[in-house]
Design a protein around this ligand. Structure first.
Ligand SMILES: NC(=O)c1ccc[n+]([C@@H]2O[C@H](COP(=O)([O-])OP(=O)(O)OC[C@H]3O[C@@H](n4cnc5c(N)ncnc54)[C@H](OP(=O)(O)O)[C@@H]3O)[C@@H](O)[C@H]2O)c1
Length: 256
């Protein structure tokens, strides 16, 4: 296999678009998610269109152990590009939400990502090259009342990614955090966010995937897809009083 990318959450949304973009550039793929039928459909599409090789691994990743099982299933395959994209959110007051759902969210959004960064990152360092792209969110910049756990998982992803990017300097391995604003995918339905103000002005999954992938190729530390959001989060939000920020985010996530 040449220039092989392992992409989690490739059965839909942004992950499927990462796979399409990587394949269009001639790279082979190992794609994973729970829905094996969607992965197989994508494999057929990309092998026919680009003459590349796609391996599918249908696997639930909502535990660090499941991530280790995925790693074992790779059977020593060399990974040039790791895209930790799988993730989900969940609307509601933390205290009223199903605890198991929030713990699964932490397992997928954080534990699986950390596990794969560690296992595959070690191999990349030994090899002297590799690119890691971790999908975070603009949610990483603030606490998120009515999605408290989700926002906190993404704060972890952005913090962790930047810290290991610094540690890995000089090894040939780069780490980039993609921090998208709203993207038109199944995410909103899965997270029970329909009827909120979030998602009113969504970017397309394929545009966001290309921006993230290109930032990864350039070895950038972080990338926000939308310049307006980049300005607001970099230059306005840091100066807003905390309580005002909390109320603003809560209002955006209230159902009308
Ligand atoms: N959409 C947005 O507005 C937005 C904004 C910022 C950041 N993000 C982030 O972007 C990433 C991709 O989300 P998306 O918008 O493309 O959402 P999506 O369309 O819902 O796709 C989520 C992907 O994750 C996989 N997944 C979900 N639960 C899983 C599990 N337990 N084990 C393994 N795979 C699992 C899904 O596949 P299966 O269901 O087949 O397992 C699917 O392929 C996520 O990390 C999300 O937090 C999204």
């Amino acid at each position: 296999m040449t220039n092989t990318a392992l992409i989690t959450g490739a059965s839909a949304g942004i992950g499927r678009e990462f796979a399409r973009y990587h394949a269009a550039k001639g790279g082979d793929l190992i794609i994973t998610a729970r829905r094996g039928d969607a992965l197989n459909a994508l494999k057929a599409e990309l092998e026919a269109a680009h003459g590349i090789s796609v391996t599918t691994i249908a696997q639930d990743l909502s535990s660090a152990d499941h991530a280790k099982t995925l790693y074992t299933a790779l059977n020593g395959a060399h990974i040039d590009v790791l895209i930790n994209n799988a993730g989900f959110g969940g609307h509601g007051k933390f205290i009223e939400r199903d605890l198991a759902a929030d713990l699964d969210m932490i397992d997928l959004n954080i534990n699986a990502l950390v596990t794969l960064c560690h296992l595959i990152g070690n191999e990349m360092v030994k090899h002297g090259s590799g690119k890691i792209l971790n999908v975070s969110s603009t949610a990483s910049y603030m606490p998120g009342p009515l999605q408290a756990t989700y926002f906190a998982t993404k704060a972890f992803v952005s913090s962790f990614s930047q810290a290991i990017a610094e540690e890995l300097k000089g090894t040939g391995v780069t780490v980039t955090a993609l921090e998208p604003g709203a993207v038109a995918t199944e995410f909103f339905e899965t997270a029970n966010l329909t009827g909120t103000k979030l998602g009113a002005d969504s970017a397309s999954a394929d545009a966001v995937a290309k921006i993230g992938y290109n930032a990864m190729l350039a070895g950038k530390l972080t990338i926000i897809n939308d310049p307006k959001l980049r300005f607001a989060l970099g230059w306005l939000m840091p100066y807003m009083p905390r309580k005002m920020k909390l109320k603003m985010v809560r209002d955006m996530q209230e159902k009308s």
